[in-house]
Structures are given as structure tokens and as C-alpha cells.
Design a binder for this molecule. Sequence first.
Ligand code: ATP
Ligand code: MG
Length: 314
Amino acid sequence: MKLWNHRKTEDLGGGWLPGKPGRKFRAGGIIPKLTAAWADRRGKIPGLPGYITENISEELIRLEDLVKIYDTGALKVLGLKRINLTIHRGEFVAIMGQSGSGKSTLMNILGCLDRPSMGHYYLDGVDVAAMGPDELSLIRNRKIGFVFQSFNLISRTSALKNVELPMTYARKGKRFREQRARVLLERVGLGKRAEHMPNELSGGQRQRVAIARALANEPPLLLADEPTGNLDTAASVEIMELFSQLHKEGTTVVVVTHEEEIAAFTERIIRFRDGMVVSDQPNMPRKPRQEKTGSAGMPGQGNTAVPEGEEEPC
Ligand SMILES: Nc1ncnc2c1ncn2[C@@H]1O[C@H](COP(=O)(O)OP(=O)(O)OP(=O)(O)O)[C@@H](O)[C@H]1O
Ligand SMILES: [Mg+2]
């Protein structure tokens, strides 16, 4: 069954114009400066930059018989055992399971930070399982925002600069970066903290900076591996309310958590055990409180961006 369709950029009214190498069109995503002829050739190869995916289904993620084996030399550890899973555009999903059940292994593969040993991972219709590091880096930058338990902010850099970072990787101009970073910080309720260093912020505030950073390049997919793991209850609720809001605005959000109270915010709960999905059920989400976390709204920006997976630790 063909669930997605590729079309060259020209068919969509975007992409490369003959005789104008270096022009970048939104539909084509991040395309290096190439000659038009080269771009035309690349455009015929699915999965490579320059190739347009026009998703005609609502599937954002499809995993087919996905396996991850960690080979530590003497020992082979089966991190994931033949996972088959589909996540649709706009879903708000919790991944739960005991320690060691494979949640982070899954998230790292979904976030293109790691590759499966076997099987297929279709992201937005393109099988990314066999892609090399450079291609995965492009995909991360364009399609995925990742939020970590330990925030992973750069410690000696302001909140503003932290949020700007993925846009620097995406080669956005200085003025654009700063303006957008300020909008995003406003969006997460930290407009007045833009110049603060991470160590001048609370845990919840740091995580909100990390979320703003994850949104920088307008990714359709936001992944968060235990984003509330280092936060108290009040800050955890604020973070989940922010995710709920982003989900309502159209972003697909996948959150790993150990806590039922956190999973209660989502609309679907997938449970893992020993590297396998043992249950996958819809959930009636907990109602967020009235607007709290600075959700002033981002004009024209429902969801955004993803930085590189090249996060630097804080
Ligand atoms: N780099 C690695 N090398 C070898 N084994 C690994 C590696 N990373 C994870 N594993 C193993 O894969 C399995 C799944 O680990 P994973 O980190 O995905 O669990 P998890 O569900 O995220 O656990 P936690 O809730 O503690 O974060 C575990 O048995 C773990 O020991
Ligand atoms: Mg984990």
C-alpha cells in the first residue's frame, strides 16, 4: 500500500529553478548550494535532500519490524525487538515502561540520533533507517526537536543564544535568529529571561528554554525523553501544559515518562516491556489549567523546528 508520494520540487511549485542554482525553496527543505543540474539528479533519489515528500496520509512515523541490537563485544543486548508502530501527524503520545524496557532506545532512533540494526523507520514517508550521518543530521535539523531530561543547555551561553543555536546550524541570518529566539522565549513564558544564563534559571525554566530551542527550526515532531524527570510537580505540570498547547497547535509530541500523572496529559499511551510494545491505548487527556506558561501564541508559528542533534551538554 502506497501511503506517501514523492514529487519533484518543480511539481510543487518550489525547489530549484533552472539557471538559478543556490535558490532554496521551502518545500525542499534544507538543500545545499548545488548546481541546478546536480539538484535535478539528486531530486530523483528518494530520501536525499532535494527530494520532495508530499505526504498524502496523516502518518508521520511508521516503524516496521524495527530491531536494535547493542553489540558490546562480548555481549549482544537486544534493545528493541521487532517494533511495529505508527504515529500520526498531530498525535500526543506517551511512551511508558520500566527502566531498561527500551524507551530511550526507541526515542534515539525516532530522533535520528541512532540507527536501528534492522527494519524500517519511515519519517514523513522517507525510510531514514539506512541513512548516513550527514543525511540524518539534515533530517534532525529539519524535522525533529529533541528535549532531554537534563536540559542539555550550553552553560556559559544566555537563554537567547541557546535558542538561537539550531538556527545557526540551519544557517539562518543573525537578525532572524535573534528575533525568532525572542518570540520563542516569549512563547514559553521566558521573554524577560532572554539574557539569563542557564545557572540563573530554575529547572522548569531551563526546560522551557530547551523546548524553545527544540522549536527553533519549526519541526513537525517534538520528542522528549523524560522531560520532567528532574523537575518538581509544579514545574512538571507547567512543562506538560506547554506540550499540550504545542500539540493543540499541530505539533506531533512524543514524551517518555515513568509517571502516570505525566502520561495523563497525553492522548495515547504506549507501554514497553523488554524491548517490546505490550500495550497501546488511547487516553482521555487531563485538562490543562487556564493559560499559564506564557502561551501568548506565536503569530503564524504553530510548530517549529529542530535543531541538529548536535546538542551540546550543559
Ligand atoms: N549503549 C548501550 N550499550 C549496550 N546496551 C544498551 C545501551 N543502551 C541501552 N542498552 C540496553 O538496552 C536496553 C534498553 O535501554 P534503554 O536505555 O532504552 O531503556 P529505558 O527504557 O530508556 O530505561 P530508563 O527508564 O532507565 O531510562 C537495556 O537493557 C539497556 O541496558
Ligand atoms: Mg531511558
